[in-house]
Design a protein around this ligand. Structure first.
Ligand code: NAD
Ligand code: MG
Length: 359
């Protein structure tokens, strides 16, 4: 049976937008309602041979220009930003054009920042092609490029007008990229939805097998949770920070050992440290810690951090943007389906949890 297309809305008043999820969406024409004549597609050299022809066919009635960047995180750069601006200006793109990002989080973040700033902001659409982009980066309006001195240092909030998630794109994704996206899916269950977490436990096999119906449901619930959090706190003044569960520990792991650890893997190990800290201090049931570890393991994600010195952990975590006056504000689970921001300055407690999860 064909999996039906799911639709949810990010409710932001006049700037509300739909997210559509399901197989075969790239073949739909028009891809989005009311598209203007002038369209710039931003994609990369790896994704273009796979999906660009289909997208161009679905936009056959429009004047389409394509800007391709290279592959990888380093492409989210100021030189690429400048090169895309050159493309827009040299093709005389007007303020009523639209920019479409076709790719993973790198393409989406860069294209979004271009859209946020070209002529003070133009219409932007996301066609995310990695699981991470489909459940996380394409929704919520954070856009950014990197500076030589740090990731995402230059950016803006700029919400898309629509997000089109064709689940068929995931079939060509590498095993490692796919598994990394699942870490963020598990995160949503832990911070906001115990029933979803239980469903993930039941569907772990189907998700690993990339079953279309299971994937579509997992993306739909993940996007609904992110949409609700973004609608309540668009610019991360309070509860949007819950989306950072596992990320303070995870960023330290990524920064210390970036050659071996991908973001989703580091977040998985970080979520286990966060849960362990709460279990050790009597604020999380042991069964919940066990279930978190077990689900991540079943999905093929790491549940142990690498051996770093306490000094390394301190250095990397104190650089995190969630540090205020020496107190690190962690997002920590109090139950499956619930998390809180808790400020900690007692390194003994933090180190005990880290040590219990390091190999
Ligand atoms: P990515 O964009 O580099 O994609 C991962 C790899 O998959 C790349 O090699 C890419 O070319 C390839 N790829 C993409 N789609 C494919 C497909 N369908 N088939 C085969 N290969 C495909 O990385 P990512 O994990 O998607 O995103 C990471 C980026 O997202 C980071 O820069 C991070 O900062 C950003 N991010 C942003 C937000 C946000 O809210 N804006 C949230 C989370 C992460
Ligand atoms: Mg993340």
């Amino acid at each position: 049976m064909q999996t039906p297309i799911q639709q949810i809305t990010v409710g932001l008043g006049e700037r509300s937008y739909p997210i559509e999820i399901g197989p075969g969406l790239l073949q739909r024409s028009p891809l989005f309602p009311n598209l203007p004549q002038q369209i710039l597609i931003i994609t990369n050299t790896l994704i273009a041979p796979l999906y660009l022809a289909q997208v161009k066919q679905s936009l056959a009635a429009h004047q389409v220009v394509v800007h391709e960047i290279g592959d990888g995180e380093a492409e989210k750069s100021l030189p690429n930003y400048q090169a895309i601006m050159d493309t827009l200006i040299s093709h005389s793109f007007a303020r009523d054009c639209a920019i479409i990002a076709l790719g993973g989080g790198v393409v989406g973040d860069l294209a979004g920042f271009v859209a946020a700033t070209y002529q003070r902001g133009v219409t932007f659409y996301q066609i995310p092609t990695t699981l991470l982009a489909q459940v996380d980066s394409s929704v919520g309006g954070k856009t950014a490029i990197n500076h030589q001195l740090g990731k995402n240092l230059i950016g803006a909030f700029h919400q898309p007008h629509g997000v089109l998630i064709d689940t068929d794109c995931l079939q060509t994704l590498s095993a490692r990229d796919y598994t990394c996206g699942l870490a963020e899916v598990v995160k949503y269950g832990i911070i906001a939805d115990a029933d979803f977490f239980t469903w993930l436990e039941q569907q772990a096999g189907a998700l690993c097998a990339r079953d279309t119906s299971a994937i579509t449901q997992a993306i739909k619930v993940s996007c609904s949770i992110k949409a609700a959090i973004v609608a309540a706190d668009e610019t991360e003044q309070h509860q949007r920070a819950l989306l950072n569960l596992g990320h303070t520990f995870g960023h330290a792991i990524e920064a210390a050992d970036y050659q071996h650890w991908r973001h989703g893997e580091a977040v998985a190990a970080g979520m286990v440290i966060a849960a362990t800290l709460m279990e050790q201090t009597g604020q999380l049931a042991s069964t919940d810690l066990h279930r978190i570890r077990q689900l991540l393991q079943q999905l093929g994600l790491p549940v142990e951090a690498p051996q770093l010195t306490l000094q390394q952990w301190q250095d990397y975590m104190q650089r995190d943007k969630k540090v205020k006056a020496g107190v690190i504000r962690f997002i920590l689970p109090t139950a499956i389906g619930q998390a809180q921001m808790i400020g900690l300055s007692d390194w003994q407690v933090i180190a005990t949890a880290i040590n219990a999860c390091s190999s």
